[in-house]
Design a protein around this ligand. Structure first.
Ligand SMILES: [Fe+2]
Length: 257
């Protein structure tokens, strides 16, 4: 550690727990398998509520590993919490206030940033499977990182949850920067990407059209396909089918890659 902070206060993220509506829970498993590349071995546990009376056995919870980073000497992996408050004056529109007030919450985990060693490849893969993003890949001049923000996790026609993912890569190469620069409009280059995301979320909340992680139609197709199965009953063949469904959907809707 760089400071003289005691070792017992050197935290890293061990896991994150996400409470999900049953419909989102059903779609989450194929999304983790296909979009996040989770293998059956990565499912660390799955706990089931035993059948009782007319109620069949039901999935209660599962945990999945989504990455395994080898520690490289001298390269520290930071663990960071960022906090945001609605700083707009009372009466002025604020998506941050909407996210809090709309859920009757004084605190809300807004996004989880997942670090990847190759953001451009992940972004392309996600787009090819219908995943929607609020921004193109942004470059943070300050921190020498590139990042992109996904749509929010909520139900079709439902209320926006205020929860989304950030995917980021630290220390991108000059070639990677050039590739992003070529794909992006000049206006997307911000000194401070926090403001880029902030402005984009504000526009979304103001327009009342918050972009979901998956388009509604695609979400519904996946849900209909797995709705009568518990997560442990979803087979590799089912996942292959869903993967094709996602790719076809993305192709048909000209998701720009
Ligand atoms: Fe972030």
């Amino acid at each position: 550690m760089t400071s003289n902070k005691p070792a017992f206060m050197n935290f890293t993220v061990d896991h994150m727990t996400l409470l999900l509506h049953p419909k989102l829970y059903a779609v989450a498993y194929p999304v983790f398998r296909i979009v996040f590349g989770v293998t059956p071995d990565d499912i660390l546990y799955d706990k089931r509520r035993p059948a009782k009376g007319n109620n069949p056995e039901k999935s209660m919870t599962f945990a999945t590993r989504i990455g395994e980073w080898e520690a490289k000497e001298k390269e520290n992996l930071n663990t960071i919490i960022a906090v945001v408050q609605p700083s707009e004056p009372e009466g002025e529109q604020s998506h941050v206030r909407d996210m809090l007030d709309g859920h009757e919450q004084a605190a809300h985990w807004q996004h989880i940033a997942l670090r990847t060693p190759d953001l451009i490849s992940f972004y392309k893969h996600a787009l090819e499977h219908g995943v929607q993003f609020v921004t193109p890949i942004l470059k943070d001049e300050h921190d020498n990182l590139i990042q992109v923000f996904s749509g929010e996790w909520f139900l079709p026609n439902g209320k926006a949850s205020g929860l989304f993912f950030e995917f980021l890569q630290r220390d991108p190469s000059t070639e990677e920067i050039a590739e992003i620069q070529k794909a992006n409009k000049q206006t997307w280059f911000r000194d401070e990407t926090f403001l880029g995301l902030y402005g984009e979320k504000e526009r979304e909340y103001r327009s009342g059209k918050v972009i979901p992680f998956l388009p509604d139609d695609l979400f519904n197709s996946i849900y209909n396909y797995v709705s009568d199965k518990q997560m442990w009953q979803v087979t590799e063949a089912d996942l292959a089918h869903i993967k094709t469904m996602m790719q076809d959907f993305a192709k048909k809707n000209n998701n720009k890659v």
